[in-house]
Design a protein around this ligand. Structure first.
Ligand SMILES: Nc1ncnc2c1ncn2[C@@H]1O[C@H](COP(=O)(O)OP(=O)(O)O)[C@@H](O)[C@H]1O
Ligand SMILES: O=P([O-])([O-])O[C@@H]1[C@@H](O)[C@H](O)[C@@H](O)[C@H](O)[C@@H]1O
Length: 324
């Protein structure tokens, strides 16, 4: 049966999810399922295009899972997970590491594309520092696009509404534990493509929450998630930019401190956080320590433009978090 969330104390005592997610510790690596499309990101500052990069949570998530997941010695090349993503024939990053390792499904519609407009003003830790506009949208990901087999864990990481409610439901059926990025559930787009949010409670996803293990939202998204209601159904993680993150469960909460970073591009911080968190759980860490690994990868993401490269020295810190 799919999982309901356990409080962090329960996770630390080896509750349901931990046993399921973490059965990998010391044993064979477990296969994961990542669902969400790669996209094109255009970064704009002061009216000028300052970067064009591979985007989509699936790209950032794959990058972190490949760097941080536990796996057998002889499998150092790629961590065991499948990505279900859709792009058009115009996709410009087929040979970038993440899509090359886990190629997307090709569609007749164009690749999803976002314009990210960054404000010049120094944003506070929680204030939005970018306005996102979806300028093209690829096809949704349907339940039938998912492989017909079981997975140890799933990550629902859509960016443009591509993870349909029925697709999330199928993920929940196929995976022992599902982690969800709220941006996959509550994003709406106005006539101009500008990203806005709807209340999670008003979406068809709301009824699935009790079967989700962890729901991650940014501070900007948290009011639409309704943390007080959601924490009774699953463990909610609210990321707070340079302030780190907070975990909320039914009956308790915890704050997890950030890592220092010089931010050059905030894109992908939330995605990298979620993947780092998932990797932490796979290593057998309690949720609060897994969130520390999430903070580490979130900080690493903001320090580079686009999908970050991890140097061996950075991964030593990751090792230290995992093994100490
Ligand atoms: N300036 C920063 N310095 C250090 N860590 C950061 C910074 N910005 C983001 N992070 C890390 O990345 C995580 C996600 O960032 P956040 O901005 O909250 O999400 P999103 O990218 O979804 O808006 C944070 O919880 C934090 O761990
Ligand atoms: O920055 P973040 O919130 O973690 O995630 C981002 C999405 O919000 C955005 O829609 C997408 O274009 C980026 O590539 C990235 O996936």
């Amino acid at each position: 049966m799919p999982l309901a969330a356990e409080p962090v104390e329960a996770l630390e005592e080896g509750g349901n999810q931990q046993q399921l997610l973490l059965a990998t510790k010391g044993g064979p690596a477990l296969e994961g399922l990542v669902v969400g499309s790669y996209c094109h990101d255009v970064l704009i500052r002061g009216g000028r295009v300052v970067g064009e990069t591979l985007g989509g949570a699936a790209a950032f998530v794959s990058n972190v899972l490949d760097a941080a997941s536990p796996r057998e010695e002889e499998e150092q090349e790629a961590a065991p997970f499948v990505v279900v993503s859709k792009v058009g024939r115009d996709f410009a990053y087929a040979s970038a590491p993440a899509p090359a390792r886990r190629p997307p499904l090709l569609c007749a519609s164009p690749t999803t594309s976002f314009h990210a407009q960054f404000s010049e003003a120094a944003a506070s830790a929680h204030a939005p520092d970018r306005e996102l506009r979806r300028v093209r949208a690829c096809d949704p990901i349907y339940p039938a696009d998912l492989p017909d087999r079981r997975f140890a864990y799933g990550l629902a990481v859509g960016v443009a509404g591509e993870v349909l409610p029925e697709t999330l439901e199928r993920m929940i059926r196929l995976c022992r534990a599902v982690l969800v990025d709220a941006q996959a559930l509550i994003r709406a787009f106005d006539a101009d493509g500008a990203v806005c949010h709807v209340s999670l409670e008003d979406t068809p996803y709301a009824r699935l929450l009790p079967r989700v293990a962890f729901l991650k939202a940014s501070s900007e998204e948290a009011p639409y998630v309704g943390v007080e209601t959601a924490r009774r159904r699953c463990c909610v993680i609210v990321t707070e930019g340079r302030d780190g993150c907070r975990l909320f469960w039914d009956g308790g909460e915890a704050r997890v401190a950030p890592f220092p970073a010089v931010q050059v591009d905030p894109t992908g911080a939330g995605d990298s956080f979620l993947a780092g968190f998932a990797a932490g759980l796979l290593w057998g860490l309690p949720a609060t320590d897994a969130a520390l690994l999430g903070n580490f990868f979130g900080a690493a993401a903001v320090s580079q433009v686009g999908v970050p490269t991890f140097h061996p020295k950075m991964l030593q810190t990751c090792d230290y978090i995992v093994k100490s």
